[in-house]
Design a protein around this ligand. Sequence first.
Ligand code: FPP
Length: 248
Amino acid sequence: MAPQRIDRRALPRHIGIIMDGNGRWANQRGWERTRGHKAGSKAVRKVVKACRRWGVEVLTLYAFSAQNWGRPDFEVKALMDLLAEFIAREWEEIMERGIRVVHLGELRKVPVEVRKRLLSLEKASRKNRDMTLALALSYGSREELLRASRNLARRVSEGKLLPRDLDLSTIDKALYTSRLPDPDLIIRTGGEMRLSNFLLWQSAYAELYFSKVLWPDFTTEHLRLAIVDYQSRKRRFGLTDEQIQDRL
Ligand code: FPP
């Protein structure tokens, strides 16, 4: 049977990826976990290019969670170094391919070198229109909601916002993702079936796809399969089949 092709007219607008399994990939080879992260950053490059080629509007990568700060210092440092390297190495291609880079997360905690490079790339790429690459870095969804709640509470206490005017879009706008569409498809590699504090509010109606493949082994073919699977799902957003048909 011929492999099913992606239907370019029904692509997920926004794909989020939880890139799990780097450590296990390295352990299986008797290597340090950090070698798994290095191999993982090569997989990142391929997946970004494929999304851009296929016409996915937004790709969000969970590069480093708010909880990952608790990992051993050498692993945190290796991950930060990899991010800095990735930005330097991919800069030209990101610009050539018209990719806009944005970050989601608490950048103040990130080492100044990485922060500076990332902010410079965001600035340089801000007018790019062909795809958005969102790097979730020092990101946690609960932390994001807490930050948004504090900001909104401050506006209420200053009399700038009335509690009765608070609605779903007020919260959307207070999140790091305020300018991004909600994710349509969330992929997690590495075999675990959980969201691990990733885009919890935004993924209310996302389709979830779990792959057993460890992140460094995840190829564009695996991504293609995930998208084909997504395209076989019926999304109803709480409505009935008939109502959805009427809208098409
Ligand atoms: C989870 O695997 C992965 C991470 C904590 C980091 C992901 C980072 C990269 C893929 C490389 C750098 C990123 C970019 C955007 C260049 P794990 O360590 O939890 O794996 P395990 O579950 O097998 O231990």
